[in-house]
Ligand binder design. Structure first.
Ligand code: MG
Length: 180
C-alpha cells in the first residue's frame, strides 16, 4: 500500500486546513533604559516593568494567531505581508493584522473551526486577563468565544523566557471550507 490509494478518497474528506503560528518577542524596560513597548498581549495591556521590543505594538499573541491563519491558507507569513522595514507598521496596533487575517480567511471561502493559543512567559500572570484576551481574539475574528482557547504557562525559570527576557506564543488554528 502506498499513498496513491488515498488520492481517490480525498473528495470524501472534509476540506479542513490546519495552521501553526509562533512568535517570540524580547522583553526590555521602557526607554531610556531599554526599547520595551507597553506590554500588550491579545489586546490587553499588562502593568509590568518590561515590555516587548517590536516594530509594531509587539502583541505576540495577535502575531502568532495571524501566522496560524495565514499558514492554514498557505499564504506568506506576517513578516512578509507587513515587513518591519516599512515605517508604515511602526507602532501599528496589531488588531489591524487580525482584521486582515480574518478577511483573508473569508476571501478564501473558509471559516474558523477553533483556535488554541499557548502563551509562555514567567510574568505577568495571565489568569486575571484570560477572559478578556479570549474575547478580544474572538471579537476581532468574528467568531464565538467558545472557539478560542488560551493557556498560560511558565518556562520554569530557565532560558530567556524563564528568566523573563522574552515572551513566546504558539497557536494552532483549524479552518473549514464553507459549503455552497
Ligand atoms: Mg511579532
Amino acid at each position: 500500500m502506498d499513498g496513491r490509494q488515498w488520492v481517490g478518497m480525498s473528495p470524501l474528506l472534509p476540506a479542513l486546513r490546519i495552521g501553526h503560528g509562533y512568535d517570540l518577542h524580547r522583553l526590555e524596560p521602557a526607554p531610556p533604559a531599554g526599547n520595551g513597548r507597553p506590554f500588550v498581549l491579545a489586546g490587553v495591556r499588562f502593568d509590568h516593568p518590561t515590555g516587548p521590543v517590536g516594530h509594531s505594538d509587539g502583541d505576540a499573541v495577535y502575531h502568532a494567531v495571524v501566522d496560524a491563519l495565514l499558514g492554514a491558507l498557505g499564504l506568506p507569513d506576517i513578516g512578509q505581508a507587513f515587513p518591519d522595514t516599512d515605517a508604515k507598521w511602526d507602532g501599528q496596533d496589531s488588531a489591524y493584522f487580525m482584521e486582515q487575517a480574518r478577511a483573508a480567511v473569508a476571501a478564501h471561502g473558509h471559516g474558523i473551526v477553533n483556535i488554541d493559543v499557548t502563551v509562555i512567559c514567567e510574568r505577568p500572570k495571565l489568569s486575571p486577563a484570560k477572559t478578556r484576551m479570549i474575547a478580544n481574539i474572538a471579537d476581532l475574528l468574528g467568531i464565538g468565544r467558545e472557539r478560542v482557547n488560551l493557556k498560560g504557562k511558565t518556562h520554569e525559570k530557565v532560558d530567556a523566557v524563564g528568566e523573563g527576557r522574552a515572551v513566546e506564543v504558539h497557536v494552532v488554528a483549524l479552518l473549514a471550507a464553507l459549503g455552497g
